[in-house]
Design a protein around this ligand. Structure first.
Ligand code: M6R
Length: 615
């Protein structure tokens, strides 16, 4: 979590850093800070709160046109979010200043050692320990900053992306990474440092992504020098040409990123299947699957590892893989899988799903699976992310940057990728007929248009949201393919509106949750015509007879449930396997409108961050 930004070149650093931090606020936003470097030394400004508050504070405090600086937006791990714990952190001498994304796990031991040597600490952070450790190494070993960083990091246990400046060497910034992302944009005689490329996309399309265990010295007017932290060997960095555009990371007339991203779903899904699904030829081409087809076809089972919304996409995949490809699937919370000594076999295929490609638990689950010889296939959105690189093969979702903390288009594009894989394997294995396969492709091609149609009922959903905005609790029910959508609908509501919500398989109601139902309890029921419609109708009756308020997501033209429900939201008909791609849309909109009506910060809900790089 946390976002880091740095600049070294010929432009004024401050506006670049502030704008960059705003773009990285999805990574954390409980405090922020900036340090600028010029001939007078280090100018530091930091505060509790968001980057906007930092900008207000700093415009009065900072009086410099410095062309070098670093900045940080924080998601607190060690120490509460306050001014003192905000980054950047100075070393005791005041010579070194650091920003850090990650956790130094052995910081307490290191801190005691440093205290014994006379160091004082003003904050509760692990980062202040790290900067003083680097200072101590400099003192003891009389080495330059780059070397001191290498030595200090060899003693540190944990994860980090850091940028550090030494006022005794005023022309350079040293960066390093292990387990947290770090990109360096390369311009004309200028360098940009950031947790992802969004802070510098308007200045350069060339970037280096530092690998785990690498450090780099970045000097004004010089080439960037990358080395391995462990053995000091020089690494030739791979310079990538970035595909991202500026308009992808701006709100484009929408009030919130979340709403923009909900509306982007038709195009995002087209981008996901474009070039992969060729209905006219009756084929699906996916290099990551084609190159390892025998792994999938001989798989004893597929184990999906993921967290949050990506885990929900994994649950949808369980239905579709078992249904169409007849391969057994287990879906695991990555955080549980990594610690419970799971039985992993060489013939297992692990599918790791992650929008950010940086989720620490998912990454750890991958490492465990690889240690046990399993083949790992990554489904990520962020190109070049840690999970995509750690996987043996994979498929990008091509959803474009998702900035709202609540995941929307990542979910539907993950389902799209997973559906393509299941269909491809189903055809290869003969578990679906060629004619069914072709029908599925034709139907999948229509899904973006059907989502566009579903988005047209936004005004109606606004009214439903107004009706339920003051609810204290909410239940979400679905069966079969739509059980994971019920979980996802509940997650969307709770994370952005802070209304308590739970998702259940509709039939589980009678085993407990039905006790909660009274006239105060809204129950969102996904009751599309396909699947177990009749059974869901009975569940709806059960809620009605206990006076629960029913919001039903039904298929266009529905009669039965519509007669009973208090509010009805209709979506176009589709194949059962694709219903999650449609039923999820009104649930996203419902949560969004309720959160806006309650005055919540939709794009940056409290306590959350987009990229969860701590466990
Ligand atoms: O980047 P990832 O897909 O690995 O992230 C996993 C979860 O942190 C994420 O889906 C989270 O649950 C979202 N905030 C849900 O909207």
């Amino acid at each position: 979590m946390c976002g880091i930004v740095g600049y070294i070149g010929h432009r004024e650093a401050y506006p670049i850093i502030i704008k960059g931090l705003q773009r990285l606020e999805y990574r954390g936003y409980d405090s922020a800070g900036v340090a600028l470097f010029d001939k007078q030394g280090i100018h530091l400004c930091k505060t509790k709160g968001k980057v906007a508050e930092l900008a207000t504070k700093c415009s009065a405090d900072l009086n410099t046109q410095a062309v070098m600086g670093i900045g940080h937006t924080r998601w607190a791990t060690h120490g509460e979010p306050n001014d003192i714990n905000s980054h950047p952190h100075l070393s005791n001498s005041g010579d070194l200043v650091i920003i850090h994304n990650g956790i130094i796990e052995n910081y307490e031991t290191l801190k005691i050692e440093l205290e014994n040597r006379g160091y004082n600490f003003t904050s509760d952070t692990d980062t202040e320990v790290l900067v003083n450790l680097i200072e101590e190494v400099q003192k003891q070993e009389k080495v330059k900053l780059g070397k001191a960083v290498q030595v200090a990091l060899s003693q540190a246990v944990g994860a980090y992306a850091i940028a550090i400046y030494d006022r005794k060497k005023p022309n350079e910034i040293v960066v390093a990474r292990l387990g947290s992302p770090l990109a360096v944009g390369i311009g004309d005689n200028e360098f940009f440092i950031a947790s992802d490329a969004s802070p510098f996309i308007e200045y350069t399309k060339s970037a280096i992504y530092l690998e785990d265990g690498e450090t780099a010295v970045i000097r004004i007017g010089k080439e960037i020098k990358v080395r391995k932290i462990k053995n000091d060997s020089i690494v030739k960095p791979y310079v990538q040409e970035l595909q991202m555009n500026l308009d992808q990371i701006e709100k484009g007339g929408f009030d919130h990123f979340m709403l923009k991203e909900i509306y982007e779903q038709p195009e995002a899904i087209r981008d996901t299947y474009r070039g992969r699904m060729l209905p006219e030829k009756g084929i699906i081409r996916m290099a990551g699957v084609d190159d390892h087809l025998s792994k999938f076809l001989n798989a004893r089972r597929i184990i999906v590892v993921a967290c949050g919304t990506s885990w929900h996409a994994g649950l949808v995949a369980e239905y579709i893989f078992e249904d169409l490809a007849r391969i057994p699937v287990e879906v695991e919370y990555a955080s549980e899988f990594r610690y419970r000594n799971p039985v992993i076999n060489k013939n297992d295929v692990i599918i790791a799903i992650s929008q950010s490609g940086e989720t620490a638990d998912t990454m750890a689950a991958i490492n465990l699976a690889k240690e046990n010889g399993a083949f790992v296939f990554g489904v990520c959105n962020v190109v070049g992310s840690s999970i995509s690189r750690a996987s043996d093969a994979g498929a990008y979702t091509h959803a474009g940057p998702e900035i709202g903390v609540a995941s929307t288009k990542a979910f539907t594009t993950q389902i799209t990728v997973l559906s393509l894989i299941a269909l491809k394997l189903g055809k290869e294995k003969g578990s679906i007929s060629i004619s069914d396969f072709n029908m599925y492709l034709q139907e999948l091609e229509l899904i973006p248009d059907k989502i566009e149609k579903s988005l047209q009922i936004n005004e109606h959903i606004l009214k439903v949201a107004d009706f339920y905005k003051n609810a204290k609790n909410c239940l979400y029910l679905g069966r079969g393919y739509n059980f994971p959508v019920a979980l996802e609908g509940a997650l969307k509501l709770k994370e952005i509106s802070y209304i308590h919500a739970e998702g259940y398989p509709a039939a589980e109601m009678k085993h407990g949750p039905i006790a909660l139902i009274d006239e105060e309890m809204p129950v969102v029921v996904i009751a599309t015509r396909k699947g177990h419609y009749d059974k869901v109708v009975s569940n709806v009756q059960e809620i009605k007879s206990r006076k629960g308020k029913i919001i039903a997501i039904v298929t266009d033209g529905d009669q039965q449930v519509s007669k009973i429900a208090d509010h009805v939201i209709s979506i176009p008909d589709t194949f059962e396997a694709f219903t999650p791609l449609l039923t999820t849309i009104p649930l996203q909109l419902l949560s969004y409108h309720i959160a806006v009506m309650l005055g919540k910060n939709v794009d940056q809900p409290r306590n959350l961050a987009k990229s969860v790089t701590v466990e």
